[in-house]
Design a protein around this ligand. Structure first.
Ligand code: HDD
Length: 765
């Protein structure tokens, strides 16, 4: 028997199941607050008295058919608790998904900081990450074209440190004071609250067209970055410039980067639109499923370091968050790896109640004077006051640090701790010369604290002095004014396909605007980025575009194009991908079981698509036959899922019944749609003609080469003559390379993510 934090015994089965999950110091701490039901001897309780009750089904009545009695505390209090279950959703980033994990440092930054989390190599720091969409309310579709939040709370040995970032490195505005209007314009119209979770409407593009600093981010928003395939495949950025401080008190500016090990990948727009209805939870499900399956997402943390001497040496301002620091000017130094390996136990208690604050920094860190960051530092804790009901939100379990601390902060709504000891400082119990970190930081004797004698102290948050000068006023530096250079850099760095996606997205977004002025103003703005871009968008609106005032400088940079991440250094990976494996009745059992095992061995997620939910029967067996060999349980049918939910499709050989179902309208639609979304498709044996002649009749490029074991073109892998009765071939599944080269070709094609060279213009899908 084991005990939870509230001293109640748990059943051995529950304890055993929890023991097997990955854990860390934070998760151990949370376990102490977790009540796992049902436990031995549990009985349901009335709400506030917590006394067990005998009946939760029937309220107290005056007579079996008489009125319900108001003196029934159980009914009253249960309903009352329910009535108050909701808290205000986040005013932005309402829709999110969380995960626990660890951050492990592999390269110390001790030259520039004394923060232990960034200097102690090999130490694992527990983290909680919340990914989110920005505009959609809690429940909105997740695949809308949206910026994605990527917020990380590090539970360091020295207190909590939060990087509250996005998957796009720049922001729409330069000054936090404009945030209110940016968000009001982007969210639903005030009269109707329409649209939900999308920016394809007049107000959003009206605001952006009147806010020139937004032009760079507007292109990012139109790119594939804004429709990610998975939260496991997004980059992350701290966006604002922060500061690291070393033992000497030297300040170094820092930009934070996260890069996913799986590479950054987008959805196809048609897919994103359909998924919005087919699975509005597509991204959170993807993350939870992957973690559950052990395909743990990993991200590399990188820093760009800029000394105080370099601060003014660029032709942009590093305090302007509408600009990146191009990697060619300041390379990224990769310092550690984050692994997400455990799903939350309770969505509300963890994912909803987690409170990120940009002001949460560890000793050895500081803020820059980026005017966005300065106001963000106010906004986050301020919003938690109303969202989480008062100033004690930091003692909610998910927000507690794992390091010991003392504080004289007291009282207020929902104080969960019992603070003992003095509630003021300094006090006669801890004098400035004692070993407490607070004591050491104070100049007790009353000596003036000057820039010369005020040095930062390790282990405590203290200010490393720096010089500030200038006139007070609503003023902006000149250097914040060049809005087009980096927008051009971004546009130039996209591949042709990515540029086309931006043009298509711009046509869609402005096509959903009704105000001609809004369309014209945005197109004229993009004209200053690139004339061809503006002309291509304008064609869809019959708008003439004059020669631009600015000339495109033609320069490019790394790290902006999602495709550029699939460089020779990063050839892509099929690990963690979702495979659809067809097991309609009459399927070839060896091929299906072989592929399921191969995909599992790869660390990916096999999904069996069957004739029904439940047992599906292979070639040579009959439905209901209890002795049938090779029966497999399906996850989905052709009806309950669509190709949009998967990265790749494997269609084995099969008998007449199999081919009949595969050739049905729905079966052919699956194939056409996956083909039109540029996904990898493999077909074997008699399924090959169904693919080539029925699903894609007009397209002659994808016929199997009958003289070869298999053929591969643009991610279509066909093996009409592969021996399907060779048990040893199909049963050797530890490495897919064993499938006679066919399996390897299939997996390599999946690793490429999409096959853009396909011509899909004549495919109806
Ligand atoms: Fe913000 C939430 C990221 C600008 C005010 N923001 C929020 C979240 C993320 C970001 C990821 C969700 C955190 C979570 O999962 O709980 N925000 C950004 C980035 C910005 C940015 C990368 C640009 C650099 N934000 C920004 C400004 C302000 C805010 C300029 C206000 C002055 N953001 C908020 C907020 C939220 C928030 C209102 C809503 C819920 C919350 O904070 O906890 O305070």
């Amino acid at each position: 028997m084991s005990y939870t934090g509230d001293g109640v015994a748990q059943t051995p089965a529950v304890v055993e199941a929890v023991r097997k999950l990955p854990t860390n110091a934070k998760l151990d701490q949370l376990e102490g607050h977790t009540v796992r039901c049902p436990r031995d001897g549990d009985r349901h309780v009335g709400v506030f008295s917590q006394v067990p009750v005998d009946n939760l089904d029937t309220s107290v009545r005056a007579g079996a058919r008489g009125p319900t009695s108001i003196d029934d505390p159980v009914a009253r209090e249960r309903i009352s608790h329910f009535d108050h279950e909701r808290i205000p959703e986040r005013v932005v980033h309402a829709r999110g998904v969380g995960a626990h994990g660890n951050f492990k440092l592999h390269t110390s930054l001790e030259d520039v900081t004394f923060a232990k989390v960034l200097t102690e190599v090999g130490v694992e720091t527990p983290v909680f990450v919340r990914f989110s969409t920005v505009l959609g309310q809690n429940g909105a579709a997740e695949t809308a074209r949206e910026v994605r939040g990527f917020a990380t709370k590090f539970y360091t040995q020295e207190g909590n440190w939060d990087i509250v970032g996005n998957n796009i490195p720049v922001f729409f505005i330069q000054d936090g004071v404009k945030f209110v209007d940016l968000i009001h314009a982007a969210k639903g119209e005030p009269q109707t609250n329409i649209p939900q979770a999308q920016t394809a409407h007049d107000n959003h593009w009206d605001f952006l067209s009147l806010t020139p600093e937004s032009v760079f981010m507007s292109l990012y928003q139109l790119s594939d970055h804004a429709i990610p395939r998975s939260y496991r495949m997004i980059q992350g950025y701290g966006v604002n410039t922060f500061v690291l401080v070393n033992k000497q008190g030297t300040r170094t500016f820092v930009k934070y980067h996260w890069r996913p090990h799986l590479g950054a990948h987008g959805l196809v727009w048609d897919e994103a639109l359909k998924l919005g209805g087919q699975d509005p939870d597509f991204l959170r499900r993807d993350l939870a499923d992957a973690i559950e399956a052990g395909a743990y997402p990993k991200y590399e943390l990188g820093v760009q370091l800029i000394s105080e001497e370099q601060e003014l040496g660029f032709d942009f301002d590093i305090l302007d968050c509408t600009k990146v620091v191009p990697e060619e000017l300041v390379p990224i130094k990769w310092v550690g790896t984050m692994t997400l390996n455990r799903n939350p136990t309770n969505y509300f208690a963890e994912t909803e109640q987690v409170a990120f604050c940009t002001s949460n920094i560890a000793p050895g860190m500081d803020y820059s004077n980026d005017p966005m960051l300065q106001l963000r530092n106010f906004s986050y804790f301020d919003t938690q006051l109303s969202r989480l009901g008062g100033p004690n939100f930091s003692s909610i379990p998910i927000n507690r640090s794992v390091c010991p601390f003392i504080s004289t902060i007291r009282d207020g709504h929902s104080q969960h701790r019992i603070p003992a000891g003095p509630n003021y400082y300094p006090n006669r119990y801890e004098t400035p010369n004692t070993a407490t970190p607070h004591g050491k930081g104070q100049n007790y004797e009353g000596e003036a604290q000057t820039a010369d004698n005020l040095k930062p102290k390790e282990g405590v948050q203290s200010v490393a002095p720096y010089k500030v000068e200038g006139s007070r006023g609503r003023i902006r530096p000149q250097r914040f004014n060049n809005h087009y250079d980096q927008a051009q850099l971004f546009w130039n760095s996209m591949s042709k396909v990515e540029q086309q996606h931006i043009i298509d997205a711009a046509r869609f977004e402005l096509g959903r605007c009704d105000d001609r002025d809004v369309q014209i103003r945005n197109i004229m703005r993009w004209n200053e980025v690139d004339h061809e871009l503006a002309v291509a968008v304008a064609e869809a609106f019959d708008i003439d575009v004059p020669e631009p005032k600015l000339k495109n400088h033609g320069r490019k940079t790394d790290g902006m194009s999602p495709f550029s991440m699939l460089s020779p250094n990063n050839p892509g990976s099929a690990t963690g991908r979702r495979f659809a494996i067809f097991a309609l009745d009459g399927f070839d059992s060896l091929q299906v079981s072989g592929m399921v095992a191969a995909v599992t061995a790869l660390g990916s997620i096999p999904n069996v698509i069957g004739s029904r939910k439940g047992p599906c029967y292979p070639r040579g067996t009959k439905r209901g036959d209890s002795d049938a060999k090779g029966v497999i349980n399906s996850n989905f049918t052709l009806e309950t899922a669509r190709s949009t939910l998967f990265d790749a499709i494997f269609i084995p050989d099969g008998d007449e019944a199999f081919l009949k179902e595969l050739s049905s309208g729905r079966g052919l639609h699956w194939i056409r749609e996956a083909f039109a979304h540029f996904k990898t498709i493999a077909a074997v044996g008699a399924s090959v003609p169904v693919f080539a002649h029925k699903a894609l009749p007009g397209i002659t490029d994808y016929k199997a080469d009958l003289s070869a074991a298999y053929s591969e073109k643009n991610g279509v892998v066909l093996a009409e003559n592969l021996p399907n009765d060779d048990a040893s071939l199909w049963a050797k599944v530890t490495g897919v390379a064993d499938l006679g080269g066919f399996g390897k070709a299939f997996i390599d094609a999946v690793a490429k993510h999409r096959h853009w060279d396909r011509d899909i213009s004549s495919v109806a899908y």
